[in-house]
Design a binder for this molecule. Structure first.
Ligand code: ATP
Length: 300
C-alpha cells in the first residue's frame, strides 16, 4: 500500500491525543478514540462537549493543534480527496446550496461522487417526501434535514458521520426511517458515527457508545457492556452518615442517613464484597438506562 491509498483494512477512525483550543476554550482535551469497522457508534455529550469539533477533525475541516487523526489510515488534512470520498456527512447546520431545486441537488452530487447511487437517491427522495422541483431555500427545517441526510447517504459511503441527525426530523422519520437506515448501513459492514442528545434513540440504534464531556472522552464501550457493568445499588448501613460512604467502583451517590444509593460500574460480586466489608446490606439493585448511565458519568 502506498501512503495515499485508501485502506479498507485500517480502522475507519483513529484519533490519538487530539487537543483543540479555541482561544481560552479547550474544545478537545487529549482525545483518543478508535472506531472499528462496521457498526454504529453513538457519540453522546452535553451542549459544548466537543462532538462537532471532533467530527470536523475527521473531515479535515480542522487541523489538529496536537495529536493525530487518521481516517482509514490517512490524514484527512494531507489526503482530503481520498478521505472525503469515503465519508458521508450530515452537518449540524444542514449546509446545502439554497439556490438549487431538490432534483438539481441530486444531479449536482452525482457529478462529484463516482459511487453515487441515483436509484437509491430517488428512493430516499420518495421516502422523505421531497418533490424534485422544490427549491432548497423554501424547504422547512425538517425537510432540509431530510435532504441533507439523503445527500450523505446516496453514494453509500464507508463512513457516515451524522451530527445531530435527529434535530428537526419529525418522530416518524426519526424512529422509522433514520433508525432503519442507520442499521442497514451498519449491517452492510459500513461504519456510522452519530452524535445525539436523544439517548433513547442512541440506545435503539448504536452498538458502541462514546461519552464526551468537556472535551474529554470519559468512556467508550459497547452498549451491552455498558448496560452489563452499570447498576444502581442501594446499601443500608448500621449507622448514620452525613456524606455517602466511599464505595469502590461508585460513580455517583445519593441518599441520606443510613441508606445510600450508588451508581456503580463494577461487577456484582465486587460490589457485594465491598458492601460486606463496609458492614452494609444491599437492599436494592437494578439496571440503568443509557440516559441514567450518561447522567451519572457527567455528574459523577
Ligand atoms: P452542541 O451539542 O451544543 O452542538 P458540541 O458537543 O457539538 O455541542 P462543539 O460545537 O464541538 O460542541 O463545541 C465545543 C466547545 O468549543 C464549545 O465550548 C464551543 O463554544 C467551542 N467552539 C466550537 N467551535 C468554535 C469556534 N469556531 N470558535 C470558538 N469556539 C468554538
Amino acid at each position: 500500500m502506498t501512503e495515499t491509498t485508501f485502506a479498507a483494512s485500517e480502522p475507519p477512525v483513529e484519533v490519538c491525543h487530539l487537543t483543540r483550543r479555541f482561544g481560552a476554550t479547550k474544545a478537545l482535551d487529549d482525545v483518543s478514540l478508535t472506531v472499528p469497522r462496521g457498526g454504529v457508534l453513538g457519540l453522546i455529550g452535553g451542549n459544548g462537549a466537543g462532538k462537532t469539533t471532533l467530527i470536523k477533525h475527521l473531515l479535515g475541516l480542522y487541523r489538529p493543534q496536537s495529536g493525530t487523526v487518521r481516517v482509514f489510515g490517512l490524514d484527512p488534512i494531507q489526503h482530503p480527496i481520498e478521505t472525503l470520498s469515503q465519508i458521508g456527512y450530515m452537518s449540524e447546520d444542514r449546509d446545502l446550496p439554497l439556490w438549487m431545486r431538490v432534483g438539481e441537488l441530486l444531479r449536482y452530487c452525482q457529478a462529484f461522487y463516482s459511487r453515487w447511487d441515483m436509484r437509491f437517491a430517488e428512493e430516499l427522495r420518495d421516502a422523505f417526501d421531497l418533490g424534485p422541483q422544490a427549491r432548497v431555500k423554501t424547504l422547512s427545517r425538517g425537510q432540509r434535514a431530510r435532504a441533507s441526510l439523503l445527500v450523505a447517504l446516496a453514494y453509500r459511503p464507508d463512513l457516515l458521520l451524522l451530527d445531530e441527525p435527529s434535530a428537526g426530523l419529525d418522530p416518524v422519520v426519526r424512529r422509522d426511517i433514520l433508525g432503519a437506515i442507520i442499521r442497514t448501513i451498519a449491517d452492510e459492514g459500513r461504519t456510522v458515527i452519530f452524535s445525539s442528545h436523544l439517548l433513547d434513540e442512541v440506545e435503539r440504534v448504536a452498538d458502541r457508545i462514546a461519552i464526551i464531556h468537556r472535551g474529554q472522552i470519559v468512556l467508550t464501550a459497547s452498549l451491552d457492556e455498558l448496560k452489563e457493568t452499570h447498576r444502581r445499588v442501594t446499601l443500608r448501613f448500621d449507622r448514620h452518615f452525613d456524606r455517602p460512604p466511599e464505595l469502590t467502583g461508585a460513580i455517583s451517590a445519593t441518599g441520606e442517613d443510613c441508606e445510600w444509593t450508588y451508581v456503580c460500574s463494577h461487577d456484582r460480586e465486587q460490589i457485594r464484597i465491598a458492601a460486606t466489608a463496609m458492614g452494609a446490606t444491599i437492599v436494592g439493585e437494578d439496571r440503568l438506562t443509557l440516559d441514567e448511565i450518561f447522567v451519572s458519568h457527567i455528574q459523577g
